[in-house]
Design a binder for this molecule. Structure first.
Ligand code: GLC
Length: 717
């Protein structure tokens, strides 16, 4: 290969959607393109490949990339919603189906999973994350990589995955997308990097760099990330692609002066492929001739890309969507979409068992809100190829479920969730007043989350809160179903509704899944993958926080309304809380109600103390003490109360989904190896330190059932 051809492999250009512009045709034929994104017309894809294989000097096939984030034509819940299922097997199956549908359109590379840690609901891209916790996000990232790639990504129906956005993007200041991230290395290693490492260890073919400035060096040119961590420490042998034009943006950040310097900075730091922009194509050859970049570096970059193409089997079979292969019958896209939507639903509140509704439902029903019948909006953000015709909305599912004999009065009440006109309120209020129950479908349209769509106030947008108040005044029980791309601050409405079911953006089959839960055909089993704040001002708020030197307690908290007029300066507080919000979230990580009751007892460890390097077993009895079958997500949390750096008050270290029949009890056990308790300390090296550890097991991060164990000192035999 010539230098120009090697550089060609490092260039990812945007497709034209269904046709091939002359310029693109010429570039591919000249061997100056290694990959194309956003082309999903099968015939066009195969023509692109034909040009590359038959006309370019070395006949190297193309990568064909697309954002297949949570489904292709069949859309699954948002990744944040899928994370609420705490179900790796289901998530893997969804990714497998997405890969099969995408591969049939010619796609051989997806820009997913997005494994950034999301702890800021103001950030629009929290919708795409797998939540706030490194342990859960790591487990689910592996499931998605396996679903997309299978054991061998060259197999029909499999595509290369891309863990993104490397790294620390979720820490964008104030939740404002693309904003600065300042993350201490200990925090980066203990919180933000683990899901990427898990994806690398699961064999992910590629990573994508983040737009963001990480500690003064934008990720796209950050050699600490791209060389030191990714190659030297983790031994990654795939390739790294930039985000859209993030190479020339290095000059906008102020790291470089122009495109030539940006190409030099990114390539020297370890970036392999440039997305959409053309600084590599325009400047790398000159930089080599000037001796700024070695031919060895270019060879390494090209080798990373070619190795991926070998793994994908492109040299054997570059053409996609061959008629001989069809998705296996057992994939059942619609069934998986319904199961995933069901698993994603989180019952946050259910006063006086307002849910499930009576079955058969013989009363009258009001359905109110702008999210009840929106086949596109319920799909959520990043659904380029989602097929709205496959959507079943809540309103349609309700009518199909209840049949013609039940009166369903539907009032939209608002044009959109952000509308400020209340002209639709009177009909909605009348519908609620004249019905036995009112189902409210409120929240956010998909445009209010996702890339570049951050919000500074995460309450229900527009005048939805006022709508709830006016409906509440009718006295009719209100069931609030929220469709949104982020946790919303719902404290001001909690007392006005009888129940709250959180549906995220549930995808194609959100309607039937919601109806199944509302009428008790299924028990809700979702658990929060992210903390819900009471008010925006609490953000960031997450369960795995540090204790501080003055941790708050109910006794030390003072509410702003309770401060006397002549209060003295030191009279209020003295611990870490907000006068106007306290210190607890509205709902904690791991929270979710079901239609039954579960009790935990007899938490024990196999040994009081273990020598370093020796595992121990943690066991607990879990009993269904209610009258219905239910799925429980048994969660194990650990604390290292004394260590060489301060550690979180709790960290998730295990979870198990168990289905329990009424009255059934089961022993659930976890294996804990000291390596599971490792963290990066002041020397930035992973270690597990001897000493006592606290263990909790329960149905959320607020679990109270606790025991302890000790890891002995190395000197002890
Ligand atoms: C976007 C996103 C990235 C996506 C890429 C290609 O700007 O940041 O997640 O994969 O461009 O669409």
């Amino acid at each position: 290969m010539t230098l120009e051809e090697k550089i060609g492999q490092l260039c990812l250009l945007n497709g034209a959607g269904g046709h091939i512009p002359d310029h693109l045709r010429q570039e591919i034929a000249a061997g100056r393109v290694g990959a194309v994104l956003n082309e999903v017309d099968l015939g066009t894809v195969n023509e692109l490949q034909r040009i590359a294989v038959e006309e370019s000097p070395s006949g190297i096939p193309l990568l064909i990339g697309r954002d297949v984030i949570h489904g292709f034509h069949t859309v699954f819940p948002l990744p944040l919603g899928q994370a609420a299922s705490w179900n790796p097997e289901l998530i893997e199956r969804c990714a497998r189906i997405a890969a099969a549908e995408a591969a049939a359109a010619g796609v051989n590379w997806t820009f997913a999973p997005m494994v950034d840690i999301g702890r800021d609901p103001r950030w629009g891209r929290i919708a795409e994350t797998l939540g706030e916790d490194p342990f859960l996000a790591s487990a689910l990232a592996v499931a998605m990589v396996r679903g997309f790639q299978g054991e061998d990504p060259s197999q029909p129906g499999r595509i290369a995955a891309c863990a993104k956005h490397f790294a620390g993007y979720g820490a964008s200041e104030s939740g404002r997308d693309y904003n600065t991230t300042d993350i201490p290395e200990i925090e980066l290693r203990n919180v933000h990097l683990p899901p990427f490492r898990a994806a690398v260890e699961a064999g992910v073919v590629s990573l994508m760099t983040s737009f963001s400035d990480l500690n003064g060096v934008p990720a796209t040119a950050n050699d600490f990330l791209l060389e030191r961590v990714l190659r030297e420490e983790w031994g990654f042998d795939g390739f790294v692609v930039s985000d859209w034009e993030s190479v020339p943006q290095l000059a906008v950040h102020g790291l470089t002066a122009d495109d030539r310097e940006s190409a030099l900075a990114a390539a020297s730091a370890g970036l392999d492929m440039e997305m959409a922009s053309t600084t590599f194509r325009e400047h790398l050859a000159g930089l080599v001739e000037e001796g700024k970049i070695s031919t060895g570096r270019i060879d390494a970059m090209a080798a990373h890309v070619l190795r991926a193409k070998l793994r994908l089997g492109l040299f054997e079979d570059p053409y996609s969507g061959t008629a001989s292969w069809r998705p296996p019958a057992d994939l059942d896209p619609a069934g998986a979409a319904r199961e995933a939507a069901l698993g994603s639903l989180v019952l946050l509140a259910n006063r006086d068992r307002a849910l499930p509704l009576a079955k058969p439902f013989l009363g009258s029903l009001a359905v109110i809100g702008p999210m009840a019948d929106e086949p596109v909006e319920q799909l959520g953000t990043w659904i380029f190829d989602g097929d709205p015709a496959r959507s079943v909305t809540p309103l349609r599912a309700l009518r199909e479920y209840l049949g013609p004999d039940v009166e369903v009065r539907y009032e939209r009440a608002l044009d959109t969730t952000r509308s400020r006109s209340d002209e639709g309120f009177p009909q909605a209020v009348e519908a609620a007043r004249s019905s036995d129950v009112a189902l409210l479908f409120l929240g956010e349209e998909s445009i209010l989350s996702g890339e570049a769509h951050s919000r500074a106030d995460v309450r229900l947008p527009g005048i939805q809160e006022r709508l709830i108040s006016e409906l509440s005044a009718t006295g009719t029980p209100l069931i609030l179903v929220v469709l949104a791309g982020r946790p919303l601050a719902l404290e001001s409405v909690v007392d006005e509704v009888a129940a709250i079911l959180y549906a995220w953006h549930p995808g194609s089959m959100g309607g039937p899944a919601i109806v199944d839960v509302l009428f008790g055909e299924a028990s809700p089993s979702g658990r929060l993958p992210v903390t819900f704040p009471r008010v925006t001002g609490q953000i960031p708020i997450y369960y795995a926080h540090k204790n501080t030197g003055k941790p708050p307690t109910p006794e030390t908290v003072v509410h702003i309304d309770d401060i006397p007029r002549d209060a003295e300066q030191l009279s209020a507080g003295g611990s870490s809380f907000h006068l106007d919000a306290g210190y607890t979230p509205l709902w904690p990580f791991g929270h979710g109600l079901s239609y039954t009751e579960v009790s935990y007892s007899n938490l024990r460890t196999s040994r009081e103390s273990v020598p370093p390097g020796v595992s121990l077993t943690v066991e607990v009895e879990v009993a269904n003490v209610g009258d219905r079958e239910g799925d429980e997500v048994v969660q194990l949390y650990v604390r290292d109360p004394v260590a060489s750096v301060t550690r979180p008050v709790r960290e998730l270290k295990g979870f198990r989904r168990v289905r329990l029949a009424p009255g059934e009890s089961r022993t659930v056990s976890f294996e804990l190896h000291p390596d599971d308790l490792a963290f990066h300390g002041r020397d930035m090296r992973p270690r597990t330190e001897p000493g006592r550890f606290h263990v909790w097991v329960g149905g959320s991060s607020a679990a109270q059932l606790r025991t302890e164990f000790e890891i002995g000192h190395p000197s002890e035999d």
